[in-house]
Design a protein around this ligand. Structure first.
Ligand SMILES: [Cu+2]
Length: 498
């Protein structure tokens, strides 16, 4: 991604334009030269990494140059490679007018640095700086992104360009691949619509729960009968992988027989994404950065907002191909990247994969069952159609999260194991995220499973999903739907330790 010659040239060019700090792990004299004197406090020693939040141009395609808030003047933000358990110092500069939160998604950090105002992380002040230090863990594919609320502002929060990948190198890398390629999927130029969202049915098992469906459908019917429109949804004009629309970035140049480990991150604010590569299969080795117990070949990857998949593709089908989204419209507007074998030229070829449903249980331990929890937390998710000035409100157990009260609804005891039984009384798929902890998937649509460790899980429309986690990281912990439009309008809850 950032180390291909072309994207590096691009980065340097933009870095010059935007005056962005250059990010180099270790001692970067350039980053420090820029940093000194600009922040409210001069750093007393050089940071290991410097991230600078600022508006910058992002060239999606020739003559299609957007303005976005980015990290270090580039989209995606620089790949940060940490070593598991090795402490790092990071300087975060904020060159915007808005106080910022930088969330380290998927790591076990303290609330002071996790990057969530709800947990009490101090903001990086507007035109200010914050130095943090932490010990990266666990190993695997993580990422960093803004955790600001956007509300009705489609320039704010994750609608902009504040997403960057993190790879935490394990102490022992199994390494049965030839090279890594990081892919960040992201849309640009969002707008609101009111037509209602398109139903997606790629999840398996497909079983819907009757009482959830009837309660969701009757609430929707009652709202429409009162003359309410459908609540706002967000759509996009441009679609990119690593900030480039299909055909406008450097192709991924591969050799026959090469085993390429793709680290795919869905950096979307709101969208679920899919990926296929004609004639090839993906061997999924990790979900959300965590190795799966049962690596399995699949023709398609599906990722909810903020989900990550690490998958090895053996390059055994020479040609020029589109690695792209299954949705023709989204792929047609840029959601893809070209994969090119040597000696093959011409227009990249797309062909749709065989019918396939995404089931997390494929990657689970085949016979194992999950450990019993000490306590079960029941949660019902519901939508109040268009209830807040045309925006849907979202509730967990009838409670719309209040940013004013910021009250913890669930109280954890350290060392206890909890199961969260999530019941989704809406027809939307929700990518549910728990901060500062990893959870195990223990049941999907009535089917038990074990061994799949994640930090985001898609809960299907009118479905039930159960997850378990051990309360092993004291401090305020945020639980929320990662769809920006849902989390901003109530779909959050706070856990505390008592
Ligand atoms: Cu949601």
């Amino acid at each position: 991604m950032n180390n291909s010659p072309a994207s590096r040239r691009q980065f340097l060019k933009f870095a010059g334009v935007a005056g962005a700090g250059l990010l180099v792990p270790g001692k970067s004299f350039l980053a420090n030269a820029i940093a000194v004197g600009e922040g409210p406090q001069a750093p007393d020693s050089p940071a290991d990494y410097t991230l600078r939040i600022a508006a910058s141009p992002v060239e999606l395609a020739p003559n299609r140059i957007m303005s976005a808030i980015t990290y270090n003047g580039q989209f995606p933000g620089p790949l940060l490679r940490f070593k598991e358990g090795q402490q790092v110092v990071v300087d975060i500069f904020n060159n915007t007018d808005t106080p910022e939160q930088l969330h380290w998604h998927g790591q076990f950090l303290s609330p002071d640095v996790d990057g969530s105002a709800e947990e009490g992380t101090p903001y990086v002040p507007a035109h200010g700086k914050r130095r943090i230090q932490f010990t990266p863990r666990p190993a695997g594919l993580r990422f960093y992104h803004t955790h600001n609320r956007a509300g009705a502002d489609l320039h704010a929060g994750q609608y902009s360009g504040q997403v960057g990948p993190v790879y935490i190198e394990p102490r022992h890398e199994p390494g049965n691949y030839d090279r890594e390629v990081f892919l960040v999927l992201k849309e640009f130029e969002p707008s609101f619509s009111q037509g209602g969202d398109m139903a997606m049915d790629f999840l398996a098992p497909a079983a819907k729960v009757k009482d959830l469906e009837s309660s969701g459908e009757s609430a929707m019917k009652a709202s429409l009968a009162k003359g309410m429109p459908h609540g706002f949804e967000v759509g996009y004009r441009y679609f990119t992988i690593n900030g480039r629309m299909l055909g406008h970035g450097e192709p991924i140049r591969v050799k026959p027989g090469e085993r390429v480990l793709f680290h795919v991150l869905n950096g979307s604010a709101t969208e679920i994404r899919s990926l296929a590569l004609p004639g090839h299969t993906f061997r999924v080795v990790a979900l959300d950065g965590n190795p799966v117990p049962n690596p399995t070949d699949v023709p398609v990857l599906w990722l909810g907002t903020a989900e990550r998949i690490s998958a090895i593709v053996t390059m055994n089908h020479p040609g020029v191909w589109v690695l792209g989204d299954l949705a023709d419209d989204d792929r047609g507007h840029g959601m893809g990247i070209v994969v090119e074998y040597p000696g093959h030229k011409g227009k990249p070829v797309w062909s749709p994969p065989p019918p396939f449903k995404w089931n997390y249980a494929r990657f689970a331990k085949p016979t194992a069952s999950a450990a019993e929890p000490d306590e079960v937390i029941d949660m019902a998710f519901a939508k109040q159609n268009a209830a807040d000035h045309g925006f849907n409100l979202w509730s967990i157990n009838d409670k719309v999260f209040s940013e004013d009260a910021m009250a913890a609804s669930y109280h954890l005891h350290q060392g206890q194991r909890y199961r969260i039984r999530m019941r989704n009384a809406s027809d939307d798929i929700h990518p549910i995220h728990l901060h500062r902890h990893t959870f195990e998937l223990t049941k999907i649509a009535g089917k038990p499973l074990a061994g799949v460790m994640k930090d985001v899980v898609m809960v299907g429309g009118y479905q039930e999903v159960e997850i378990s986690f051990t309360a092993d990281n004291p401090g305020l912990t945020l639980f929320h739907c990662h769809q920006q439009l849902h989390m901003d309008f109530g779909f959050m809850a706070l856990f505390d330790y008592v």
